[in-house]
Design a protein. Structure first.
Length: 332
C-alpha cells in the first residue's frame, strides 16, 4: 500500500484526499518508482476542477505527471533502468492512466529519464516540464536561433523562467512581460534582457521600439485570449506566435489576416516533445548539458510536504509564485 492523492469529485483543493492504495508490480514497459518529490503543474488543478482539455474518465481519479524518485521495480521488456537508479518522471501520459501524487507509483518507462547528479530530488521534480516545454516549442518547433528576439508572457512562471535561460543560451534576446512591476526586478535578475509591465506599458509599441521597428521573431504565450491580437502585432515578418497555455480562460480569436500575413500562430503542448522519442532524446541532451554547465538552474518558489497537498494547490491557484512549486514525500 502507498499513500496516494485521489479525488472522488470535481472541485477545489478541498476534494483532494490522501488514501492508502495498492501499488502492485509494474507491467510490461513500466517501472515502479519510489516518489521523493513531485512537481506541481497548472494542468493538475484544471484536471481536478473539471476544466482541463482532457476530462476525467472515472472516479476516484489520480493526479500528477512530474516527479523525482528512485526505481524500485522494473517491468518486462524495459532496458536501461535498474533498481536504485535516481530518475525523473516527465509529462508524457494521461492522468487517466497514471498519476505520481503518491509515495510510490507505476509509470511508463518511456516517460522516465535518468536524473543527472547535479540535481537533487527537488530539482529533479522541478526541471523537466518547464524546460521541455520551452525547448520543444522554441527550438524544436520554432527553430529559435542566435539573434532572434522572443517575447515571453507569464514570464515568472517556471516555463517562462526556463525560456529566458534557453533563449540566452542559444544567443536569442528574451523580452519578459509581467502584469505588475512587483516581479520586474526578479525577471531581470533571472536573465531577461528587457521587462515590459503590461499594466503600465503598450506591449506592441515597446517590442517594436526594442527591436528597431522589426518586431520579435517569436512570442511564447501562456495567456491566450483576446490579447493575442496585440501580441501578433509585435511579430516580425515571418515570426511565430506559439500558444502553450490558457491562463486568461477567455475566447482566443485568430488575429486579422492583415496582421497575420507572413506570420504564423500555432498551439503547442509539452507532449509534442515528451511523447516523441527522438525529440525527447535531443531535449534531454540539450537540457542536461545546460544543467551541467550551469546555464540552466530550475527555480523553485516553494516546497510543501505531502500532507500539505491541498494547501499546495491553493498556493498554485493563487498565481503569485515565481518558479516551480514542489511537494516532497517523507518516507519515514
Amino acid at each position: 500500500m502507498a499513500r496516494t492523492v485521489r479525488f472522488h469529485e470535481h472541485g477545489g483543493p478541498e476534494v483532494l484526499r490522501l488514501e492508502d492504495v495498492p501499488v502492485g508490480e509494474p507491467g510490461p514497459g513500466e517501472l515502479r518508482i519510489r516518489v521523493d518529490a513531485i512537481g506541481l503543474n497548472r494542468a493538475e488543478a484544471l484536471f481536478r476542477s473539471g476544466t482541463y482539455i482532457e476530462p476525467v474518465k472515472e472516479f476516484p481519479a489520480r493526479l500528477g505527471t512530474e516527479a523525482a524518485g528512485v526505481v524500485e521495480a522494473v517491468g518486462a521488456g524495459v532496458t536501461g533502468f535498474e533498481v536504485g537508479r535516481p530518475v525523473s518522471v516527465v509529462p508524457a501520459f494521461s492522468m487517466n492512466d497514471y498519476g505520481v501524487y503518491a509515495e510510490r507509483a507505476i509509470v511508463p518507462a518511456a516517460a522516465v529519464l535518468h536524473r543527472p547528479d547535479v540535481l537533487d530530488a527537488v530539482g529533479g521534480a522541478a526541471v523537466w516540464m518547464p524546460y521541455l516545454t520551452a525547448y520543444g516549442a522554441l527550438v524544436e518547433v520554432g527553430g529559435m536561433r542566435a539573434g532572434d528576439t522572443v517575447v515571453l508572457t507569464a514570464a515568472s512562471s517556471s516555463v517562462g523562467l526556463a525560456a529566458i535561460q534557453i533563449a540566452n543560451r542559444v544567443g536569442a534576446t528574451p523580452i519578459a512581460t509581467t502584469r505588475t512591476r512587483a516581479k520586474a526586478e526578479r525577471l531581470r535578475a533571472a536573465g531577461a534582457a528587457e521587462v515590459i509591465v503590461t499594466s503600465e506599458e503598450d506591449v506592441t509599441g515597446r517590442v517594436l521600439d526594442l527591436t528597431g521597428g522589426r518586431g520579435a521573431e517569436f512570442v511564447f504565450d501562456a495567456v491566450a485570449g483576446p490579447g493575442v491580437v496585440d501580441l501578433a502585432r509585435a511579430l516580425a515578418p515571418g515570426g511565430t506566435l506559439l500558444l502553450y497555455g490558457y491562463l486568461s480562460g477567455a475566447a482566443t480569436p485568430y488575429p486579422p489576416l492583415e496582421i497575420m500575413r507572413r506570420r504564423n500562430m500555432r498551439a503547442y503542448t509539452v507532449h509534442e516533445t515528451s511523447g516523441d522519442p527522438e525529440r525527447l532524446r535531443r531535449a534531454e541532451a540539450f537540457i542536461v548539458s545546460g544543467l551541467r554547465g550551469g546555464a540552466f538552474q530550475p527555480t523553485v518558489d516553494r516546497v510543501f510536504g505531502f500532507d500539505e497537498i491541498a494547501e499546495a494547490h491553493r498556493y498554485l491557484e493563487a498565481g503569485g509564485q515565481v518558479g516551480k512549486i514542489v511537494v516532497t514525500v517523507d518516507h519515514r
